[in-house]
Design a protein around this ligand. Structure first.
Ligand code: HMG
Ligand code: NDP
Length: 428
């Protein structure tokens, strides 16, 4: 078989059916996966009914595929679910630039999650802490008694930490953290069960009362990192010198580092890419969002999750580091047929690999937004693609959508009023 390439020429010019066929050919996708990704039978009603409560239907979103990604020397086609125009195009474009410069490089920690056990009213909180730490081996052993599959895979509870809060509105408090390697799971249920199992023994040792037993979504022991290095020549745009673009990106990022008002928007741009993959693969996007923003504020001030700087040779170097609690097992990842097909399309073999590829998509998305913001502004590219939404809003149907969108984008007036006027002219 020819080597797999994430570069598919003119994907954008095809119909959705033809795109699906082209992606299927490139990724050697099965017919069943093609059907699942088409949405035709993405989530049967009976399955949906089994997933949440009081189901009355299903809610659809578009699934696109970002092309051109090379991560750690391997090509990936990226399934992305989002309602926002220009996100998939932007990721594909930056991945195209990046692949010409060697692509993205990533790394990640072992998939270690935290569970917290809150102990109230310990008579001697610091004594309780030391007793708990002395019982480390007993507690780890107890935690690992129940999850035989996880232990067999090399996961399980690896360590504990204990924190003391001396002065709280409800008195002194001790909080025990279980550090659990959850392998290919997101791990919430896994660690919650362990925490509940251990709680009575923890209360006994700490001589207090246990209240909460729940994972922490601040997955700071499960960090993922992505890096990209781009030559200034690769950043050259019509009216902009590559060196100016690189410098503009660095200066744009600086505001996000020092100013929370900008950092939130900057990080939202990163999450445009990350959430799209998280949703496509059936993962818990609230968990990823919560962890990302808490990590962005870890120094007591909300800041940028990424950094853009110039290397010694003038190259643009982008880096991203953030928690990434993603699974290939558990939650909806295994039950949702389209999520399963999306995971197969990605071709990732472990949850860590999924986390790393997802981080690369986040970094690409960030680069696209900064490149646009630092040069021509966001509206040109974004609004050109948003023009199709506006055309639909104005009543355009079928082939009218692209014609009206093209007309209002060319006029530089992406408004419903102008779209309605163009539609009326077209129908005359
Ligand atoms: C939108 C582009 C990519 C256009 O950019 P362009 O220069 O018009 O693109 P192009 O026509 O030269 O095409 C270049 C490549 O882009 C891709 N591409 C281009 N168009 C399409 C399309 N229709 N469908 C599919 N792919 C497309 C495609 O990969 C293509 O190469 P190919 O593979 O074809 O050889 C560019 O202007 C851009 O990257 N803009 C930034 C868009 C963006 O960041 N959107 C996110 C939403 S805005 C937001 O929510 C976040 C924000 C901005 O607030 C965050 C922040 O503030 O930091
Ligand atoms: N705050 C939050 O974020 C919360 C999130 N959730 C939800 O929890 C769900 C995710 O829970 P999660 O624990 O990941 O899923 P599951 O409990 O569904 O699956 C994890 C279990 O699968 C088994 N398993 C089989 N193969 C593997 C493997 N290769 N790697 C790891 N485990 C394997 C293990 O169980 P065994 O050893 O027993 O067979 C493991 O405990 C999501 O739906 C999330 O929305 C729930 C509560 C809170």
């Amino acid at each position: 078989m020819a080597e797999f390439s994430s570069r598919i020429e003119n994907l954008r010019g095809m119909t959705p059916q033809d795109r699906r066929a082209a992606v299927a050919r490139a990724a050697n996708m099965s017919d069943a996966d093609q059907i699942a990704l088409s949405g035709a039978d993405g989530l049967p009603q009976t399955l949906a009914d089994g997933m949440i409560e009081n189901v009355i239907g299903k809610y659809e979103l578009p699934l696109g595929v970002a092309t051109n990604f090379t991560v750690n020397g391997r090509d990936y086609l990226i399934p992305m679910v989002t309602e926002e125009p220009s996100v998939v195009a932007a990721a594909s474009y930056m991945a195209r630039i990046a692949r010409g410069c060697g692509g993205f490089t990533t790394s990640s920690d072992a998939p270690v999650m935290r569970a917290q056990i809150q102990v109230l009213r310990p008579g001697d909180p610091h004594g309780a802490r030391q007793r708990l730490l002395s019982a480390r081996d007993e507690l780890i052993g107890m935690a690992n008694q129940r999850d035989t599959v996880l232990i067999g895979l090399g996961g399980g509870c690896k360590d504990i930490e204990v924190q003391v809060f001396d002065d709280t509105p409800v008195g002194p408090m001790v909080v025990l953290h279980l550090l659990v390697d959850v392998r290919d799971a997101m791990g919430a249920n896994t660690v919650n069960s362990m925490a509940e199992t251990l709680a009575p023994r923890v209360a006994e040792i700490a001589r207090g009362e246990v209240r909460l037993r729940i994972l922490s979504n601040l997955a700071d022991r499960r960090l993922v990192r992505a890096r990209v290095e781009i030559t200034p020549e690769a950043l050259k745009m019509d009216r902009f010198d590559g060196d100016d673009v690189a410098q503009g990106i660095v200066e744009a990022c600086t505001l996000a580092i020092i100013d929370p008002y900008r950092a939130v928007t900057h990080n939202k741009g990163i999450m445009n890419g990350i959430d799209s993959v998280v949703v496509a693969t059936g993962n818990d996007w609230r968990a990823i969002e919560a962890g990302a923003h808490a990590y962005a504020a870890r120094d007591g001030r909300y800041s940028s999750l990424s950094r853009w700087e110039r290397g010694a040779g003038g190259e643009l170097v982008g880096t991203l580091e953030m928690p990434m609690a993603l699974g290939l097992i558990g939650g909806a990842t295994k039950t949702h047929p389209a999520a399963q097909a999306a995971i197969r399309l990605l071709g990732v073999r472990t949850a860590q690999e999924l986390a790393e590829v997802t981080a690369a998509v986040g970094l690409a998305q960030n680069m696209a937004a900064l490149r646009a913001l630092a040069t021509e502004g966001i509206q040109k590219g974004h609004m050109t693609l948003h023009a199709r939404n506006i055309a639909i809003l104005a009543g355009a149907e079928g082939g009218e959508v692209d014609r009206v969108a093209g007309a209002i984008a060319a006029a530089g007036e992406v408004t419903v009023q102008r779209a309605a006027a163009e539609l009326a002219r077209l129908r005359d």
